[in-house]
Design a protein around this ligand. Structure first.
Ligand SMILES: N[C@@H](CC=O)C(=O)O
Length: 312
């Protein structure tokens, strides 16, 4: 099944589970994949930044795609961002062979001008091949590359295989409005807009015209419900549920390895992965942070039983 611009809903970004010694934990990867499948999501993204993809060897990445493709029945997006096009093309072609639906490409942080960004995506699209649909990852907080709405319009106009925008600009609400405006005026064809940034603005991003979420928040079930409630026009219910998670969601949103450490800790506490380790270089939570996370989870649990966890 090919990724298209019609995709909507929640496509969680999966972490990659590791053992404390740095080996990939494939049993936990399988458990996590099955959990996503049972959570009402509409696809899955693996091997993104959150998935520590740059720390993996090709054969490890390949094995993860193979495992996920065997047990997940909805669209699978594989992160293929790489410093060079040979590595990007190799993983993209292999992933599609194994059953992926599309790939995700983030920009290298050397890009400075609009023309450089547009030129990079022209070459990347050519490298993976026109038959491979791709997600354009717009994530200035991490990549330090700022894409204006016009740049995104140019990339979409030049590359038929650009079908989804992973929108992680911040502030970014007006960017969604601008892009939907281009579509309305006929200046840009339709693309799916799925939002990241931990889902921090998901409630309002849905109201601005996003199609759903593409983020690694550790309770994808909440994202599924908020997206559905919002799409059904149940504004207060969507915001009420979102707001119940917001204090913990903010805590997760700490940039870089620390935010990932929070997520991995919670996935471990939920029994979905065996160990919260990151492959080095990485970070882990200290006792104070673990206590804060437990407190925040207990607050969510007052209104959302999915956050009720066994005692640590
Ligand atoms: N910032 C992302 C992860 C990157 O791909 C998220 O929203 O979880």
């Amino acid at each position: 099944m090919s990724l298209t611009s019609a995709i909507k809903g929640v496509i969680p970004i999966s972490p990659t589970p590791f053992f404390a010694d740095g080996r990939v934990d494939m049993d936990s990867m399988a458990r996590l994949t099955d959990h996503f499948g049972a959570s009402g999501v509409d696809g899955i993204t693996i091997l993104g930044q959150l998935g520590e993809a740059p720390k993996l060897e090709f054969q490890e990445a390949r094995a993860i795609v193979e495992l996920v493709a065997k047990r997940f029945t909805q669209p699978i997006v594989v992160g293929v961002s790489a410093p060079g096009f040979a590595a990007m093309r190799a993983l993209a072609r292999e992933a599609m062979e194994l059953g992926a639906s599309g790939v995700m490409i983030g920009p290298p942080n050397t890009l400075r001008t609009d023309d450089q960004i547009v030129g990079y995506y022209r070459q990347a699209a050519e490298a993976i091949g026109p038959d491979v649909p791709f997600v354009l990852q717009d994530y200035p907080l991490t990549f330090s590359v700022v894409m204006t709405p016009n740049v995104i319009k140019r990339i979409v106009g030049e590359n038929e295989n650009c079908v989804v925008l992973k929108h992680e600009d911040w502030p970014g609400l007006d960017k969604i409005t601008a892009l939907r405006g281009f579509e309305k005026d006929g200046a840009m064809r339709h693309i799916a807009i799925l939002v990241g940034n931990g889902g921090l603005f998901l409630d309002f991003e849905m109201e601005r015209g996003a199609d759903g979420a593409n983020t690694g928040y550790a309770f994808p079930e909440m994202l599924v419900d908020v997206v559905k409630l919002s799409a059904a026009g149940k504004r207060d219910a969507a915001h009420d549920l979102f707001d119940a998670h917001l204090p913990y969601l903010r805590y997760e949103q700490q940039q870089g390895p620390l935010g990932l450490a929070v997520r991995k800790w919670v996935y471990m506490r939920r029994g979905l992965i065996a160990c919260d380790a990151q492959r080095k270089p990485g970070a882990s939570l200290n006792a104070a942070a673990k206590g804060e996370v437990e407190y925040l989870l207990s607050r969510i649990a007052r209104t959302d039983s999915r956050a009720v966890l066994k005692a640590a």
